[in-house]
Each structure stands twice: as structure tokens, then as C-alpha cells.
Design a binder for this molecule. Structure first.
Ligand SMILES: *Cc1c(COP(=O)(O)O)cnc(C)c1O
Length: 379
């Protein structure tokens, strides 16, 4: 199957008990057994639930993996991966990454004896100097949040091949419509399904997909024994979201490009961060690795003034000032005081997350209306 068919049919079957075309919401915690240990494949919903299973199969299909896992949030999915490590293990992470991932690494797992180093992976060779015999995991995020840096996933995987180090990719910003990290050599792909997979800003969820039996057992154990599962209602919503992922993403990409070009030509705008623009420092890797450039666009102001960013954000009418991304509606965000407030100010500054930086999640409305909204707010 091609991607646009997989989103709808990949690993799916009509409900075996009734023929229901869409998987029902199995709102049950437990399943009847005819004799102790004899059941129809389900025992207790933390271990498995049919609605979650349908979603997990869909996730595996769209990420070209063998096993998918649905967690209660994107961070629960990241947590589920880290729980497969043990004290003393080392993780090398991208330096420009989702604030909540950074917070979990440094304020939870560091206390449990995992060690983290943060490097700029846009130069893949930077990871080599951090590798030790204890290195067990490379954590890649691409495109990065909020600066849209692109990491060459295949180059990273090639560098660590045969070293017993796993590569995990946070694929939230791209979505599987744009790139499939497992095909590029990664071992694990993680999603905040809250974003493009769900696509309607109505559910918080997370996903992990792998392509290897042994790793699948570890992640399932982590999900089952750690308990961070996604419930049946929310599994249903993500499953429904995935069925339109390809049509939504096509429009997100078209609108994202139009808005990036509009901003790039606007006299009040400083730098625009969008991998589809030729002036983006990683444009060549983006063209090679991605099948589209997505709907996330960041920019700063020529004036470099925080007040200009704030005034602009207050004036927007169609774009909603809110955290999160990847929904059908356009959102605007001020990373320094919203999504990235948990990153210390000096580290933010070091990484270019300036006070005048604005991040847009471009939705699937009419592009002309979105551009007029931006134009008015800039005036
Ligand atoms: C939102 C997000 C997360 C965290 O996901 P939640 O569903 O909010 O827990 C992780 N990584 C990226 C890139 C995100 O945008």
C-alpha cells in the first residue's frame, strides 16, 4: 500500500464481532475468561485493549514499523523509551529540543542516574566526541522546535551503526507523511500524537513505533509495567485523526510554504525559519530527507524587540495564541514565555530562542485569509 491508503486501511480490519467499519470504542477495563487463563486475546486493558490495538497497528503501518505503542501523552512515550535504560547509561540528545523532553531528561532521569549530553546534531560528527562505552541512546528531534533545524537522520544512524547504540527520533513536527525515520535506519520513532496524528486539538496522546521484535518487547513491557497507556476513547480519536493525515498534511505543507514566503518578503521580519526556504541553512538535507516541509514556521523581527512580538501576537484574529501545534486551526506561540519557558533563559539565548521569536503552526484554513491576518497584525 502507498501512504495515502495506509492512513485509512493500514493493518486495519473491520470489527470481528459485528463488522463495524470503524473500530468501536471498547470502554472496558477487563475481559471475560471462559476458564482461568483462557480468553479471546484480551485480559485487562492496561496490557491491551482492542481500540488501542487498532491504533497501534495503524501507527506501525504509517511509520513502516512492525509494532506500534500508544501512550497517554508524547512525554509518556518518551518516558516509556527512557525506562528501557538503566542507571549509568548515557544518552546523547539534540541540543535544540522540545522543552518538556529537556525537562524530563534533566530534572527526572538525571536524578535516576542516566547521563545526558546535548549536542548540535546538524553537524552529525559532533556526536562522536560524546560517545562512550556507556552510550546507549541517541535522541534526535528533526525538524527541531522552535528553530526548525534539520538533522540528517541517516548520517547519524550510519555513524553509530554496530556500536550497540539505539537511535530514537521525535518525529512529531514532520509526521509520517513527511518522513519515516525507521526507513532511514532509526530504531525507534516517537510522536506526540496530540499534534498532527490527532490533528484536531482535542486529545493528548503519544506513540512509539519500532521495527524489531526484541525492542518491541521492551517497549511493551515499559508501557504495560509502567502504566502510561492511552485510554480507548483517546485511542479512537487518534485512529480517526490518522485517516485524514495525508490530506491535512498536504494542505499544511502548501500553506506553510506560502506563509514562509510571505514573511520572508516582509520588511518588518528579520529571519524566517522554514526548511522549505532556500536560505534555510539545512535546506539541502531537508530536500533529501523530507517529502514536504510541513506547517511549522518560526520567525523573528527586524527590530529584535520583544514588544513587537507581543503586540503582533495580541493583534492576530484567525491565528489563536496558544501552545501546541498540528491541528486544523492555525496557532501562534511565543516560545520564550510559553512552550520553552522551562528552558533556562541563558540556554534559550545560546540556542537562538530569542525574546522576539514567534512560532506559527499553520493550519488548513484558506491561505489568503491567514496571510491577511498576519499582514494586519504586522501593521
Ligand atoms: C508536544 C511535543 C511533545 C510532548 O508531547 P505531549 O503530547 O504534549 O506530551 C514532544 N515532542 C515534541 C516535538 C512536541 O511538539
Amino acid at each position: 500500500m502507498k501512504f495515502n491508503t495506509k492512513t485509512i486501511h493500514g493493518n486495519q480490519q473491520h470489527d470481528p464481532s459485528t463488522g463495524a467499519v470503524m473500530t468501536p470504542i471498547y470502554q472496558t477495563s477487563t475481559f471475560a475468561q471462559s476458564s482461568p487463563g483462557v480468553n479471546q486475546g484480551y485480559e485487562y486493558s492496561r496490557a491491551a485493549n482492542p481500540t488501542r490495538t487498532a491504533l497501534e497497528n495503524a501507527l506501525a503501518s504509517i511509520e513502516n514499523g512492525t509494532h506500534g505503542f500508544a501512550f497517554g501523552s508524547g512525554l509518556a512515550a518518551t518516558d516509556g523509551i527512557l525506562k528501557t535504560l538503566k542507571a549509568g547509561d548515557e544518552v546523547i540528545s539534540m541540543d535544540d529540543l522540545y522543552g518538556g523532553s529537556f525537562r524530563m531528561f534533566t530534572r527526572i532521569y538525571q536524578n535516576f542516574g542516566l547521563k545526558f549530553s546535548f549536542v548540535d546534531m546538524t553537524k552529525p560528527e559532533n556526536i562522536l566526541e560524546k560517545i562512550t562505552p556507556q552510550t546507549k541512546l541517541i535522541w534526535v528531534e528533526t525538524p527541531t522546535n522552535p528553530l526548525m533545524k534539520i538533522v540528517d537522520i541517516k548520517a547519524i544512524c550510519d555513524l553509530v551503526k554496530g556500536k550497540g547504540i539505539l537511535v530514537a527520533v521525535d518525529n512529531t513536527f514532520a509526521s509520517p507523511y513527511i518522513q519515516n525515520p525507521l526507513d532511514l535506519g532509526a530504531d525507534l520513532v516517537m510522536h506526540s500524537a496530540t499534534k498532527y496524528l490527532g490533528g484536531h486539538s482535542d486529545v493528548v496522546a503519544g506513540a512509539v513505533v519500532v521495527k524489531n521484535e526484541e525492542l518491541a518487547e521492551k517497549i511493551h513491557f515499559s508501557l504495560f509495567a509502567g502504566g502510561g497507556i492511552l485510554g480507548p476513547q483517546d485511542s479512537y480519536l487518534i485512529l480517526r485523526g490518522i485517516k485524514t493525515l495525508h490530506v491535512r498534511m498536504q494542505r499544511h505543507c502548501e500553506n506553510g510554504m506560502k506563509i514562509a514566503e510571505f514573511l520572508n518578503n516582509h520588511p518588518k521580519i528579520g529571519q524566517v525559519f522554514y526548511p522549505g526556504l532556500e536560505n534555510h541553512p539545512n535546506h539541502e538535507i531537508a530536500k533529501k530527507q523530507m517529502r514536504g516541509f510541513g506547517g511549522m514556521v518560526s520567525f523573528n523581527f527586524k527590530s529584535s524587540k520583544k514588544e513587537d512580538a507581543i503586540a503582533f501576537l495580541e493583534k492576530l484574529k484567525i491565528f489563536t495564541l496558544a501552545e501546541s501545534l498540528g491541528g486544523v486551526e492555525s496557532l501562534a506561540n511565543h516560545p520564550a514565555s510559553m512552550t520553552h519557558a522551562s528552558i533556562p533563559a541563558e540556554i534559550r539565548a545560546e540556542h537562538g530562542i530569542t525574546e522576539d521569536l514567534v512560532r506559527l503552526s499553520v493550519g488548513i484554513e484558506d491561505a489568503d485569509d491567514l496571510i491577511s491576518d498576519l499582514e494586519n497584525a504586522l501593521k
